[in-house]
Ligand binder design. Sequence first.
Ligand SMILES: N[C@@H](CCC(=O)N[C@@H](CS)C(=O)NCC(=O)O)C(=O)O
Length: 96
Amino acid sequence: MKAKTQRVTSFALMKVARFNMTLVMYSKDSCPFCERAKALLTEHNYQYVVKNVVNPEIKTELLKRFPEAKTVPQIFFEDSHIGGYTELKNYLEQSL
Ligand SMILES: N[C@@H](CCC(=O)N[C@@H](CS)C(=O)NCC(=O)O)C(=O)O
């Protein structure tokens, strides 16, 4: 519960400062959920950097940050793991 609260708080802060903060999205080609997440972030005016897990170094980086990762996208705001598309959508809706 604590982790969730921290994530929501971070996300709310991110919303306030959306114009000068950048998210990181671990993604891969031909990924409908990644495309949906990108569209959602663009719609809400968030900047993001895409890291493609087809690169083994990027995949290792993701698994270090979030060993449970089984799917992409995986989205981070600084040290906070937001989650995939579904979690991103939920947090954006909660913090409206
Ligand atoms: N619930 C996840 C679903 C993500 C998902 O299923 N992503 C697909 C790609 S679009 C995936 O990574 N599947 C496993 C794989 O390709 O190895 C979310 O909302 O992000």
